[in-house]
Design a protein around this ligand. Structure first.
Ligand code: ADP
Ligand code: MG
Length: 147
């Protein structure tokens, strides 16, 4: 399945994210989400929308010095939301060292920015989102998943 959606604002990007969150909660999309796209393409903005629709009150930021942040999901079928940003990651070993395999095996939603850096350790059932910068306010989000 490949879908593409244009968004004209951060709010619209968050709305697309909340639709995807709903599908993850209903088991229609996998809980591991890989985000690709250049700096400023909207990956973190998308994850702010995703976290909001999971009722996480803390603000999702671009974790500059930490690779991974963990948030409790207050209700529903999943326990934690993990936000990884692999921008500064050199290789997959670094992420494996954080317990990545246990995290994706657990009852968690896991979103990974710059996921192309750790391609070889992503599960087969990963929701892949690609963000393209069209102009100052416009982004295109392409997504595909095997489930
Ligand atoms: P990334 O995590 O991919 O580096 P961010 O989400 O941190 O990107 O930043 C995206 C920037 O682009 C923000 O400053 C946001 O306000 C701006 N922006 C403008 N239009 C959009 C849009 N349609 N969707 C998402 N972000 C947008
Ligand atoms: Mg980011």
């Amino acid at each position: 399945m490949v879908k593409r959606q244009k968004t004209e604002s951060p709010a619209q990007t968050k709305k697309i994210a909340s639709g995807i969150a709903k599908n993850i909660l209903e088991g229609k999309l996998p809980p591991v989400v890989a985000l690709e796209g250049e700096l400023g393409a909207g990956k973190t903005t998308f994850l702010q929308g995703l976290a909001e629709s999971l009722n996480i009150k803390e603000k999702i930021l671009s974790p500059t010095f930490v690779i991974m942040k963990k948030f409790k999901i207050p209700e529903g079928p999943f326990s934690f939301f993990y936000h990884l940003d692999c921008y500064r990651v050199g290789n997959s070993e670094e992420v494996l060292g954080l317990g990545f395999r246990e995290i994706i095996r657990g009852n968690n939603i896991v979103a990974i920015e710059w996921a192309d850096k750790i391609k070889e350790i992503l599960p087969q059932k990963t929701l892949k989102l690609k963000f393209d910068f069209l102009d100052r306010k416009t982004r295109e989000i392409k997504y595909s998943s095997i489930i």
